[in-house]
Design a protein around this ligand. Structure first.
Ligand code: 5AD
Ligand code: SF4
Length: 445
């Protein structure tokens, strides 16, 4: 469940299990080890964890030797609740503790009688390097550049779930990218809660692990330059960018480095200054808008995507309309839109004037309708143009067709054979939809 960070963590866990001699099972019912990698960002994915655990209870009753583990952000922030509500869970382990997973499994294997779960949620300080990985993503290899987050936006559980921000050493990142390329990946996605602050937190081995300002010291733009020199790496993506930490040198790096894709995921969260201040975002709407203008000016063809929330505590109708206006002005290529959800332990959860569910729902629908219309218009204008597409796989719904993404992360489906998978193909778009395009091969590059 959850974000790309979780997906990458699952690949590490798969690597650890492989080293212990486990093989993938076809169904949960026949597995000796079942792990849920969980997300705590909103109440909904957290509820999903407990309903999944309900399903796993039956499996545990039928095959008591099956080891059940809860990993990820819910494991970190709600370990005791999991142990209480699902006492048949054997291992509860947080996202910064996977280096201890093998040990936890061995402990459970040694004790055959039902026991209290092994809970490992203590290590927020170390970056576990040199853990094995079994990659499962088809085209883009996920590579962490930072772990954790220091921003403490008032609504957000992530700093509690994933700890303080730490930057991985440059040489470790480059080595992992080289390894991924050697495995056949043409694209990497660099991951961090806030990649733009790379190098500014407590690093484990940046050239100078002390505080560095973006413009002076070694920052994310420098890292991009270094990664871009990896031979045969065609595309570099990165996520997520925090608007307050975007530097001019980063925009220059995206514009100037040929394998860095022209795409910025830049969460706005709200378009109203008062709401932004209460969220603790560290920028005003005007500052955000100027940043978008500067980025679009410097980087031709740039696509900008965003995250936004409606119904933050105290959000008035007028403040919500400021978010609508921001969306009209900026015209995002794509947006992930959410209803605010209380997260226990965060400052926003304690704020007064909670917005009723029905109001949040109505606001979300209004914003989604506006964004859909914008995306349709933007895509319509791109019909007939030719794009470089990295082919990800066969399109499950339409035989004889494959799917892939443009550098700007737009989905394109077109007639093609499976031998194109993993290749870069020039595709001309023919029909625009909300989700992307139908197209046809123009000329192979
Ligand atoms: N409620 C709703 N959405 C949230 N997000 C983060 N915390 C919350 C919350 N408490 C959204 C933000 C973030 C995305 C990953 O999830 O928009 O960028
Ligand atoms: Fe990812 Fe945040 Fe969900 Fe954790 S809580 S899985 S960091 S989205």
């Amino acid at each position: 469940m959850g974000c790309q960070m979780n997906e990458r963590d699952s690949e590490t866990v798969a690597g650890i299990l492989h080293c212990l001699g486990y093989q993938p099972a076809q169904t949960p019912a026949e597995a000796d080890f079942i792990a849920l990698n969980t997300c705590a960002v909103r109440a909904k994915p957290e509820h999903k964890v407990f309903s999944k655990l309900g399903e796993l209870r039956r499996i545990k009753q039928e095959r008591p030797q099956t080891i059940i583990a809860v990993l990820g952000c819910v494991a970190q922030v709600a370990a005791q609740e999991i142990a209480r509500r699902a006492p048949y869970v054997d291992i509860i382990i947080g996202p910064r503790n996977y280096a201890q997973l093998a040990q936890a499994i061995k402990t459970v294997q040694r004790t055959s009688a039902p026991n209290d779960p092994v809970i490992v949620t203590d290590s927020h300080k170390t970056i576990p390097e040199a853990l094995p990985v079994r990659r499962t993503t088809p085209v883009s290899a996920f590579v962490n550049v930072t772990y954790g987050c220091n921003n403490f936006c008032t609504y957000c559980v992530v700093p509690y779930a994933r700890g303080r921000e730490q930057s991985r050493p440059v040489q470790e990142i480059v080595a992992e990218v080289e390894q991924a390329v050697a495995e056949g990946y043409k694209e990497v996605t660099l991951l961090g809660q806030n990649v733009n602050s790379y190098g500014s937190g407590a690093g484990q081995g940046c050239p100078s692990p002390t505080v560095m300002s973006q413009e002076e010291g070694y920052g994310f733009a420098d890292l991009l330059a270094e990664v871009s020199r990896v031979e045969e790496l065609e595309r570099i993506r990165f996520t997520t960018s925090h608007p307050k930490d975007i530097s001019v040198s980063l925009l220059a790096a995206i514009a100037g480095l040929p394998n860095v894709c022209e795409h910025l995921h830049l969460p706005i969260q709200a378009g109203d200054d008062e709401v932004l201040a209460r969220m603790g975002r560290g920028y005003t709407y005007e500052q955000y808008r100027h940043l978008v203008e500067a980025a679009r000016e410097r980087i031709p063809g740039l696509s900008i995507t965003t995250d936004v929330m409606v119904g933050f505590p105290g959000e008035t109708e007028e403040q919500f309309h400021n978010t609508l206006r921001a969306f009209e002005e900026i015209r995002f290529d794509q947006a992930f839109m959410f209803k605010y959800s209380d997260r226990p332990g965060t400052r926003a959860a304690e704020m007064p004037d909670k917005v009723p569910e029905a109001v949040k729902q109505a606001r979300l629908e209004q914003l989604v309708a506006l964004q859909n219309e914008t995306a349709r218009q933007i895509n319509q204008k791109l019909v007939g143009k030719s794009f470089e597409v990295l082919v990800a796989g066969a399109d499950a719904k339409s035989p004889g067709k494959v799917r892939g993404r443009t550098r700007t992360n737009r989905l394109v489906i077109f007639p093609g054979q499976e031998r194109l998978i993993g290749k870069l193909v020039q595709v001309q778009t023919q029909e625009a939809y909300l989700w992307g395009f139908l197209g046809e091969i123009a000329a192979q590059s």
